[in-house]
Design a protein around this ligand. Structure first.
Ligand code: DX5
Ligand code: ZN
Length: 223
């Protein structure tokens, strides 16, 4: 399967959100990545339901919702109703993670768990079979435009090995500082879905950048 590209709307122009959404609609991107921040779990506030509903109104591709919030259980049904296709919660924000994953499925969405840079992949072992997606954070969550943390590569390899036996269908997504320069290494390390904010929206030709990211063939670099 070709890898998935999920442009992060956090880097879009919020005063021209419809225009940027339509650009993504007409591009080779697979998903819209929607970053929800509460100012508690992360030191930043992004947007909530009214904006997400506005995104849903124009988006013709699935919404990949990344919840950087405490107590996500409280809001799962509302995010599902607002149009989420994938709901990803943070491992570090969930005391009863297994229950949260079940609630996401019960709401009719794909379930993802995100891990911060300091969180070991091995902590997901007991829930891996229940997950559709793991989001490996390659920056500390809260802001777009940060520098990729290279230690992420070994976490991806570890996750790929772990999922090969437990859940071979698992989507392994990377988020933070992803660009055309590190994408091949990330694909080779086992990731198959890529969030990109600044790499796309700060590019001179965003739609062409999406196409480049989508069609990069890491296979030719494999040893
Ligand atoms: C960071 C968010 C990311 C962010 C990525 O906390 O989860 O999705 O928008 O932005 P870039 O690709 O610019 O690092
Ligand atoms: Zn994100």
């Amino acid at each position: 399967m070709k890898h998935l590209i999920a442009p992060s709307l956090l880097a879009a122009d919020f005063a021209n959100l419809q225009r940027d959404i339509e650009m993504v609609n007409s591009s080779e991107a697979d998903w819209f990545h929607v970053d929800v921040m509460d100012g508690v779990f992360v030191p930043n506030i992004s947007f909530g339901f009214p904006v997400m509903e506005a995104i849903k109104k124009h988006a013709t591709k699935p919404l990949d919702v990344h919840l950087m919030i405490v107590n996500p259980d409280q809001y799962i049904e509302r995010f599902a109703a607002a149009g989420a296709a994938v709901i990803t919660v943070h491992y570090e924000a969930c005391t009863h993670l297994h229950r949260t994953i079940q609630a996401i499925h019960a709401a009719g969405c794909k379930a993802g768990v995100a891990i911060n840079p300091h969180t070991p992949v091995a902590l997901l072992k007991e829930v891996l079979a229940d997950l559709d997606l793991v989001l490996v954070m390659s920056v500390n969550p809260g802001f777009g435009g940060q520098k990729f943390i290279p230690n992420t590569l070994h976490k991806l390899r570890e996750l790929k090995a772990l999922s090969a036996t437990i859940n071979p269908e698992l989507i392994i997504e990377v988020d933070g500082g992803v660009d055309i320069h590190n994408l091949a290494d990330l694909i080779q390390a086992g990731a198959n879905a890529f969030v990109a904010g600044n790499a796309i929206f700060a590019a001179t030709a965003p739609k062409e950048m999406i196409s480049e990211l989508k069609n990069l063939n890491a296979g030719i670099l494999k040893v």
